[in-house]
Design a protein around this ligand. Structure first.
Ligand code: ADP
Ligand code: MG
Length: 323
């Protein structure tokens, strides 16, 4: 069992940012409106994610750290869950197998909470605690018992870069959640949770970038697109400045990125890129999930239609600037 968890950990927990991803996704799934992410030493010494979501019932807490324990229902329409089928109910036991993990959780505001401590996969404490509603997960000394994995970690700055990039994208995808990211005590990101995506763009990229954004919205029979695209004069964007949210989840799509870049390159020199934050809504049946889950790459079954919708809508916004 412990070995199985360590093997699974190798797939789920590649580096500190993978831990952040799993914990933050759980917080989002729990309906949190406030999520605080605290990091020390690039996540190798501490990753702490606390939320004000539903919490975990005291008696269910140890079970949440068992393999394939999941409270989530996997339906045919929940494509992101299917995309991560191999990982369902594996995140918490995998992380706990390769770190010293503490979970404090409460399902209401009575102050009554439970605290569970697991070190290298072994439970060392399970007791009553006092905490507000929600869940507070601390992961210390990641990979302390898997030195081979630890050796592959890059510098603190590199690991922090991956974490920060991921938290930024999640924040861009969830303007209704107030998200804070701190590293060694200093605030790297703070969003207000007002639902205003432009505020999140300002928090992530700065206010002058937010001022250089134009709203875009379009739809056809299958797809609905909305969000913000940069004015051509914005020069600070690069290949990584495109964030695509599909049905509420941050994903990567080569096709969407290509369409966006293509639409811009009718106006821009080939070495310049747009900054884009767009949300796509569609029937989950239009998503092809036959791609590697941890890469978050998806494909669309009506790709040509989607590409044409994106190119038309971006070009029409950019054309509007010239009149
Ligand atoms: P999965 O997310 O695939 O269900 P995990 O190992 O990530 O698997 O989590 C196991 C279970 O623990 C979840 O199904 C959920 O019931 C519970 N859980 C984990 N994190 C939280 C959280 N922050 N708030 C509430 N419940 C949580
Ligand atoms: Mg999970």
């Amino acid at each position: 069992e412990q070995l199985a968890n360590q093997i699974a950990a190798g797939e789920v927990v590649e580096r500190p940012s993978s831990v952040v991803k799993e914990l933050v996704e759980n917080a989002v799934d729990a309906g949190a409106t406030v999520i605080d992410v605290m990091i020390e030493e690039g996540g190798l010494s501490l990753i702490r994610v606390s939320d004000n979501g539903s919490g975990i019932e005291g008696d269910d807490l140890p079970a949440a750290f068992q393999r394939h324990a999941t409270s989530k229902i996997y339906t045919g329409s929940d494509l992101f869950r299917i995309a991560s089928l191999g990982f369902r109910g594996e995140a918490l036991p995998s992380i706990a197998a390769v770190s010293r993990m503490t979970c404090i959780s409460a399902t209401d505001g009575s102050g009554l909470a439970r605290r569970l401590v697991i070190e290298g996969g072994t439970t060392t404490a399970f007791e009553a605690a006092n905490a507000p509603q929600g869940t507070d997960m601390s992961v210390r000394d990641l990979f302390y018992n898997t030195p081979a994995r630890l050796k592959y970690m890059k510098s603190i700055q590199t690991e922090l870069g991956h974490i920060s990039d991921y938290v930024n994208r999640i924040a861009l995808g969830h303007p209704g959640i107030a998200i804070t990211l701190k590293h060694n005590g200093s605030v790297l990101l703070r969003t207000l949770g007002t639902g205003d995506r432009l505020q999140v763009i300002a928090a992530v990229y700065g206010t002058s970038t937010a001022k250089a954004m134009l709203p875009v919205a379009a739809s056809d029979a299958d797809y609905e697109l909305s969000g913000y695209i940069s004015k051509p004069e914005l020069t600070r964007a690069n290949r990584g400045s495109i964030t695509v949210i599909v049905n509420g989840r941050y994903i990567r799509s080569h096709a969407v990125n290509q369409s966006l870049i293509h639409a811009y390159h009718t106006l821009l020199p080939i070495n310049r890129f747009p900054l884009v934050v767009v949300e796509l809504g569609m029937h989950p049946g239009l998503l092809d999930v036959n791609v590697h889950p941890s890469k978050m790459e998806v494909r669309f079954s009506k790709e040509a239609e989607l590409r044409s919708l994106i190119e038309r809508s971006v070009k029409s916004v950019l054309d509007g600037l010239r009149h």
